[in-house]
Design a protein around this ligand. Structure first.
Ligand code: FE2
Ligand code: FE2
Length: 140
């Protein structure tokens, strides 16, 4: 695996766009989701929203530190009228994020960007918690 700092900045900007879209998607899903059985997960979705915003702030700072321009674009957002379909859309997003951040930690370490790698590990651990919350709510 080879990666340049320019390539890593591009990839981090893709991650940043997807953090913005994850936050917006969680705001939407938490608002639209209904039913007493979903009360706990609706609270979790609101917590996830704030954590995705934190991830976006970390990534924007790191991209700037590396000499890049943090993106203000937003990635794709998935919506549904079905509670479980929304939760599955959220889980798909988290699983994609987990794969991306695992790779991103390796890429940061290859470039000896160890502080970035540490930040990405923290984000990765939080995405894994998000995925676990969603799996539990889906009975998986
Ligand atoms: Fe995130
Ligand atoms: Fe997440």
């Amino acid at each position: 695996m080879t990666v340049t700092i320019e390539k890593l900045i591009d990839l981090l900007n893709m991650d940043l766009k997807l953090e913005y879209s994850a936050a917006i998607q969680y705001i939407n899903h938490a608002a639209v989701m209904t039913g007493a059985a979903y009360g706990d997960i609706i609270k979790e979705l609101k917590i996830h929203t704030n954590e995705e915003i934190q991830h976006a702030m970390i990534l924007a700072d790191q991209i700037d530190y590396l000499g890049g321009s943090p993106s203000v674009k937003v990635g794709e957002i998935h919506t549904s009228k079905g509670n479980d379909e929304m939760l599955q859309q959220d889980l798909d997003g988290e699983e994609d994020a987990i794969q991306r951040y695992k790779l991103r930690v390796e890429q940061a370490e290859l470039l000896k960007e160890f502080a970035l790698a540490q930040q990405l590990r923290t984000i990765l651990a939080m995405e894994q918690e998000h995925a676990m919350d969603l799996k539990q709510a889906l009975g998986k």
